[in-house]
Design a protein around this ligand. Structure first.
Ligand code: BYC
Length: 475
């Protein structure tokens, strides 16, 4: 058997060569990972040469190397940001103590659970996007999809590294399980709801990258505050890659909005039927996609009042977004936070202990960030002189987790009856016929410099190359 030099296969800054035990663990996991990629990664793409960014180091020179790569040969590396000397825990009961380089025994199972939940989302998203390579609107978009896919794969490696390096046999078992649960599998689904939803078309893809990857940003940023330093440092590095995924989402939706506005201008109408007949996606349809992807992503922040979240915080395992920039005592014992609660058939804001409201605070940060993106999309519509505005539905709309899971809430935030919901839901969420329509537009457009009719080209290409560049070679 030809032996593989795993140190070369796995670029890393964790001294893999010095740690034989860890190296062996990763050696035995890698072939399983590659079979998973083959079976559930981007379909039918094994031979493609893709112009990809690969991280070979964490410094400015190393983390963005561009070259043509066949995806199964992508060098999935293990990178942690450099340690901050004398870093101290910034919050909770251990505030001011030195950060932990090893897992504290009493927090072992909690930390493992957090790492597993985070890790599980990464391969899930690759599975969800598996078939999109067959219908990309341009080579540029196809390349961006694959970039996201390989980086989500690397993010799985990041979590699997932590499990292997710090959680012994349990960690190895959890690493195997990451490849056994599958998105949408009725018997072994992925852990969190949004990661079991299909991403069947490119409108969904861009919405997912905008809304669901943005949950990733906020969750990773909270874990980047962790007192468990290896987790903090790995999440800090993941965030640098995550930024591109959100760019793909925001600019993707923006380009669809732009194209739709151009078509509305050309036709002199905003009649959705006529826009559709002209092969573009009308704004009310986009609104339904926003309503869906936003609401399933808002669920990812967990219950509004959560003792789990309070414990993660008190124990110094998971902080708040930009913890150290917040002006309070970072223990939160005497603080309150406004939380939206259900009182009969009314939604009211109540003050609750800040500790149990940590999920809700993170959700609020996320909502504010989403709103900024939606405002930028609306600027395009405004510039074209059209009246319609896209908007985020109320946070209680279409929820499956938390205070609003048991009731029906309209996009404008009214608690409504089942009958009223049933009467209106087809105006609020994508219907089968909406999905069929969007699907009908999904035709691959792989000629250099060409783009599908329903989306505008990007303003710039990748890494200084023009939009016309041959980002993917099919061989
Ligand atoms: N679906 O006390 P609660 C990303 C469960 S995305 C299903 O609120 P907690 C990415 C919960 O497990 C970022 N179940 O829970 C994006 C708990 O179960 P038990 C992923 C859910 O722990 C795009 C029960 O309900 N990272 O990186 O405070 C592409 C009670 O709830 C859900 C993380 O999520 C749900 N949505 O909050 C690629 C960070 N929500 O104990 C990648 C790690 C809650 O009753 N995870 N439950 O059995 C966490 O911090 C927390 O687990 C959560 C949940 C914030 C998700």
């Amino acid at each position: 058997m030809v032996s593989i030099n795993y140190n070369e296969r796995i670029p890393n800054n964790v001294d893999l060569t010095e740690n034989r035990r860890l190296q062996r663990a990763l050696e035995s996991w890698l072939p399983n990972y590659l079979s998973w990629w083959d079976e559930l990664g981007p379909e039918g793409t094994q031979g493609y040469d893709v112009y990809l960014r690969t991280a070979v180091d964490v410094n400015a020179d190393g983390w963005a190397n561009f070259d043509y790569v066949k995806m199964p040969e992508y060098r999935w590396g293990i990178f942690l940001n450099e340690p901050v000397p004398d870093r101290k825990i910034a919050f909770g009961d251990h505030k001011g103590d030195p950060v932990w380089q090893e897992v504290p025994g009493e927090y072992r199972s909690t930390l493992r659970r957090l790492i597993v939940t985070q890790g599980d989302t990464e391969p899930a998203s690759v599975e969800q996007q598996r078939v999109l390579g067959q219908t990309a609107p341009s080579l540029y978009d196809l390349r961006n999809l694959f970039q996201i896919n390989v980086e989500e794969g690397r993010h799985l490696w990041a979590m699997v590294y932590l499990l292997h390096a710090h959680f012994g046999r349990d960690g190895r078992e959890e690493a195997e399980m990451m490849l056994e649960r599958h998105s949408g599998d009725p018997d072994k689904p992925r852990i969190l709801g949004a990661f079991n939803e299909p991403t069947p078309d490119w409108l969904s893809m861009f919405m997912f990258a905008f809304f669901t990857d943005r949950d990733g940003k906020y969750q990773l940023a909270s874990l980047a505050e962790s007192g468990f330093d290896p987790l903090a440092r790995t999440c800090q590095f993941m965030l640098t890659e995550e930024a591109h995924h959100m760019f793909v989402g925001e600019s993707g939706v923006m380009r669809i909005v732009k194209r739709t506005c151009e078509v509305m201008d050309e036709l002199g109408t905003d009649d959705p039927e006529r826009i559709r007949q002209a092969g573009a996606i009308d704004l009310p349809t986009m609104q339904k996609w926003i309503n869906f992807h936003y609401s399933v992503s808002v669920d990812l922040f967990g219950q509004e009042l959560s003792t789990n979240a309070a414990n993660y915080y008190t124990q110094g395992l998971k902080g708040r977004f930009h913890e150290e920039k917040i002006d309070d005592d970072h223990r939160l014992v005497d603080y309150t936070y406004p939380v939206f609660m259900l009182q009969g058939d009314k939604i009211v804001e109540e003050q609750h202990p800040a500790l149990t409201s940590v999920n809700e605070k993170l959700r609020q940060d996320y909502i504010d960030d989403c709103q900024r993106g939606v405002t930028r999309w609306n600027k395009v519509i405004e510039k074209h002189g059209h009246d319609l505005r896209l908007r985020l539905p109320h946070r209680g709309f279409h929820r499956a987790i938390g205070n609003f899971a048991e009731v029906k809430v309209s996009p404008d935030g009214k608690v409504i009856s089942e009958a009223e919901w049933t009467k209106n839901v087809s105006d609020w969420l994508p219907t089968e016929s909406d999905k069929e329509f969007v699907k009908s537009l999904m035709k691959p457009c792989y000629e250099h410099g060409k783009i599908a009719d329903w989306i505008a080209p990007p303003t710039r290409g990748v890494h200084g190359n023009p939009f016309e560049y041959e980002y993917v070679k099919f061989n």
